[in-house]
Design a protein around this ligand. Structure first.
Ligand SMILES: [Zn+2]
Length: 59
């Protein structure tokens, strides 16, 4: 119901900023179940779902 941005299994696509999550194989996929990004006009963007930079750096 509520779109909580702190759900750890969901990130935002670095290319199209749409929500992405992992499928059963561990691959990133958009929340609309499309691997390929789409631009605003709905055309294929040539990139696939990839989370934006995660703060993994430990210093
Ligand atoms: Zn995307």
């Amino acid at each position: 119901m509520t779109a909580t941005p702190c759900w750890p299994r969901v990130s935002r696509c670095r290319w199209c900023t749409r929500p992405v999550l992992r499928d059963n194989d561990g691959a990133w996929i958009h929340a609309d179940l499309a691997y390929v990004c789409r631009d605003r006009s709905g055309g294929l963007a040539g990139t696939t779902a990839e989370p934006e930079a995660v703060a993994r750096h430990a210093g």
